[in-house]
Design a protein around this ligand. Structure first.
Ligand code: DOR
Ligand code: ZN
Length: 427
């Protein structure tokens, strides 16, 4: 028999229906069954007293790396989903840079099979080119039929403009978005941190802003010329230049969307003074000017979405600053870190934050979620807006520890997460 879950006295904040009110929420058969000022409890319901807590639509993370198959010492579908649930994330997109890459229906089915036991909804992203090697396109139609939610070569850019143009044609035909990692590798080659003051101080090769900007310009130019119905979403924007190109493209009526990640609007390259590889990711932490531009773009809507680029690597791999792979984890800290940086400071309303972390990414996927409307999937989370906590990587739920927010005191703590009507996390 299906579980019935009744939340009483929660402050319910749902930007999808301009709702911010104290009320009760009933979940039944995996769906939101009722929202009302007072819903009487029955014997067959599990009742949760949510007084003092905020109940919101579950977060939707468009950009994660679950490392499964192939790199399960870093993370796997299940451990990644535990990290998601503990962070209030109820739907995530899993990037295809696994081993093998998610470039065939068999691998899509493998991920979906594992996802059946996951603590959140796991939507595989299909590769654009076979093995992400930039030589030949995958059978995008077969991938679509096997259940991918989007296409990307993330980790690397799609190697040539010609392949990206074909991918955009297929995007239109298959009605699925392209998630673009924008980077010109002839410019970023060999770089491990932002090119500038810090790459010079440390005597290491840098990744210039131009590497991202040239990539963003290419994708926007291709998208302008793509068939009607093509969809383009730009991943992990880190530069002021990408932001101004996106603003111009949107002003000209292009329907592109874009994301950034908490580390790009919270930190800058000065973190590299710690010589800690946990602060290395691609694209890298940039200058104070870039950080400010990213924040402003997130506030004014030039950037639509906050995603994490959750990229687990083992402590052994991250031990050496110079040789460590790029990437930071993020699903368990993204909500609190974003809340602390944007809502606590008065820069953004709570519903503005939920739009960027739940409603808008859900809309980009078009696969449900991102709303508490009656009849919708019962994907939600409860958090305490007044609780401060200090991030201890050893107490997170994923398999890896490469967390940029370690030691940070953050406000707003996830208390309980429900996915498809089932409690998947309880603090
Ligand atoms: O920092 C990153 N890590 N950027 C990427 O694009 C890939 C990711 C990974 O897979 O580790
Ligand atoms: Zn990427």
């Amino acid at each position: 028999m299906e579980q019935k879950l009744l939340f009483q006295n929660a402050r319910v904040v749902d930007p999808s229906q301009q709702l911010d009110a104290v009320c009760d929420v009933l979940c039944q058969d995996g769906r939101i069954a009722q929202l009302a000022p007072r819903i009487p409890a029955c014997a067959d319901m599990e009742v949760i007293d949510a007084s003092g807590l905020i109940l919101a639509p579950g977060l939707v993370d468009l950009h994660t790396h679950l490392r499964d198959p192939g790199f399960t010492e870093k993370e796997d579908v299940l451990t990644g989903s535990y990290a998601a649930a503990a962070g209030g994330v109820t739907t995530l997109c899993a990037m295809p840079n696994t081993s093998p890459a998610c470039d065939t229906p068999e691998t899509v089915r493998y991920v979906l099979q594992k996802a059946k036991n996951a603590a959140c909804r796991v939507l595989p992203v299909g590769a654009i080119t076979k093995g992400l090697s930039g030589e030949t396109l995958t059978d995008m139609q077969a991938l679509a039929e096997s259940g991918v939610c989007a296409f990307s070569d993330d980790g690397v850019p799609v190697a040539t403009a010609q392949l990206m143009a074909q991918a955009l044609e297929n995007s239109a035909r298959l009605s699925l978005p392209i998630f673009a990692h924008t980077e010109d590798r002839t410019l970023s080659r060999g770089g491990i941190v932002n090119a500038g003051v810090w790459s010079e101080k440390l005597g290491v090769a840098g990744i210039p802003n131009a590497a991202e900007d040239v990539g963003t310009a290419r994708e926007l130019a291709l998208f302008m010329n793509a068939p009607r119905g093509a969809r383009l979403h730009i991943c992990h924007v880190s530069t002021a230049g990408s932001v101004s190109m996106l603003a111009a493209a949107k002003a000209a009526g292009l329907s592109v969307t874009a994301e950034t990640c908490p580390h790009y609007f919270i930190f800058d390259e000065e973190k590299l003074s710690l010589l800690d590889a946990d602060y290395r990711m691609n694209p890298p932490l940039r200058t104070k000017k870039d950080r400010a531009a990213i924040e402003q773009a997130l506030l004014d809507g030039t950037l639509d979405v906050i995603a994490t680029d959750h990229a687990p690597h083992t402590p052994q791999e991250k031990a050496d600053f110079r040789t460590a792979p790029n990437g930071v984890i993020g699903m368990e800290t993204s909500f609190s870190a974003s809340y602390t940086a944007l809502v606590e400071t008065g820069k953004l309303s709570l519903s503005g934050l939920l739009e960027r972390m739940s409603c808008r990414p859900a809309k980009i996927l078009g696969a449900g979620g991102g709303t508490l409307q009656v009849g919708a999937r019962a994907d939600l989370f409860l958090f305490d807006p007044n609780e401060w906590w200090t991030v201890d990587p050893d107490r997170l739920h994923g398999r890896s520890k490469n967390c940029v927010f370690k030691g940070c005191r953050l406000r707003a703590r996830v208390k309980l997460t429900v996915c498809g009507g089932r409690i998947v996390y309880k603090a």
